[in-house]
Write a protein that binds this ligand. Structure first.
Ligand code: SAH
Length: 349
């Protein structure tokens, strides 16, 4: 049975016309029920006749991921552990941002990148998530927030921004990622505006070029090291793309006025957090086209890395500014609920 969440607008249209033998305008009605109104049973689709609703129910489902566990942090961050139809677990995080929320989405069950410091990397790769599973996280997240009194279904979506920074490597699941990005802004759907998505990746030039052409999202590059040698040590698979090749590809990434490419730089105590590393980083980047987000490592038991000292993080940031590099220290949200990538799932297994 087909899950309607897995269909893009034009695929849904083909389903309506070819399988349901219905006029095209039904597509908008169904699309709206599924994505805008968050309906999960065909019986609720009251602007369609009973016979049609029954026919749909016999041919298709609207299956959301289930919440296996919800954790709320003192700072308002919510972490949801989701169970997919085959029992696989992924994580999504809702992060308060002014009056609304940013949502961190997973794109794969597990991850094949095996970065040395990452919990998800430790778990290994299981499978890609479908478009319906990727966007299903937004449906579940929105309902969770609406139920808690944030926003109204008829009003603007309480989720304003999406970051593809959860489990998995989004650019290794490019097809489903692009289908999701294309489906999001639809006015009869989730209506999360165009370019409110940021795709976090270790960086693959070929896929970055494709993403750039779509103009649907900006990349955030998980750099974490200013030299090829150090990067190869902590991110062995990612570093198969030489750093100079990655930088060259980013130099060509199309940006609009005021847009920048984000570099994420995770500070690992005693590994990549010295002022010399900051100097190397400043030399590596094109200051006018990028900004750096500094993130103190969220230490997990059993991992061979530690969190840097607060003073070191501040000194690192200061040094980057001295070189003219725009840099920000990102608050580490939800530390009390294990909100770092893969931490909750790891603790469940
Ligand atoms: N694969 C993608 C997206 C998922 S990881 C990527 O690498 O960008 C999202 C971010 O969290 C990455 O920058 C990753 O390096 C970082 N991360 C992983 N483990 C972390 C931890 N324990 N503390 C802080 N950040 C972590």
């Amino acid at each position: 049975m087909i899950n309607l969440l897995d269909l893009t607008y034009s695929e849904l249209e083909a389903f309506v016309v070819e399988d349901l033998k219905q006029p095209r305008f039904r597509t908008d009605q169904i699309f709206q029920w599924i994505w805008q109104k968050g309906v999960r049973d065909f019986a609720s689709m009251t602007n369609m006749g009973k016979a049609l609703r029954e026919k749909m129910a016999a041919m298709a489902s609207i299956t959301w991921p289930e919440i296996a566990k919800a954790q709320e942090s003192r700072d308002g961050t919510v972490k949801l552990l989701l169970r997919l139809h085959d029992g696989k677990l992924v994580e999504t995080v809702l992060i308060p941002f002014k009056e609304r929320f940013s949502q961190c989405l997973s794109t794969q069950v597990g991850c094949a990148m095996a970065c040395k410091f990452c919990n998800t990397g430790l778990l290994g790769f299981e499978r890609n998530m479908t478009m319906g599973e990727i966007l299903g996280q937004v449906l579940v997240g929105r309902k969770f927030l609406l139920d808690k009194g944030f926003g109204k279904l008829e009003g603007p979506n309480p989720i304003r921004n999406l970051v593809y920074m959860g489990m998995g490597e989004p650019l290794m699941n490019l097809d489903n990622l692009l289908r999701a990005l294309e489906t999001l802004p639809h006015e009869n759907g989730l209506s999360i505006s165009w370019r409110r998505s940021m795709v976090s990746t270790v960086g693959f030039p070929k896929q970055l070029r494709i993403l750039g052409k779509t103009e649907l999202a900006l990349p955030a590059i998980s750099l974490h090291a200013p030299t090829q040698e150090l990067r190869a040590e902590i991110m062995p698979k990612a570093a198969r793309t030489p750093l100079d090749e990655l930088m060259q590809c980013l130099a060509e990434f199309p940006l609009r006025p005021r847009e920048r490419i984000t570099f994420e730089y995770l500070l690992l105590k005693g590994v990549n957090d010295s002022l010399e590393h900051a100097d190397q980083l400043a030399k590596l980047v094109d200051k006018s086209r990028i900004k750096v987000n500094l993130i103190a490592y969220n230490a997990t038991e059993g991992m061979p890395y530690g969190a840097p000292d607060r003073e070191q993080v501040e000194a690192f940031e200061k040094r980057l500014w001295k070189h003219g590099v725009t840099a920000f220290i990102r608050r580490s949200m939800g530390a009390d609920i294990k909100a770092a990538c893969g931490q909750l799932k790891a603790s469940e297994q």
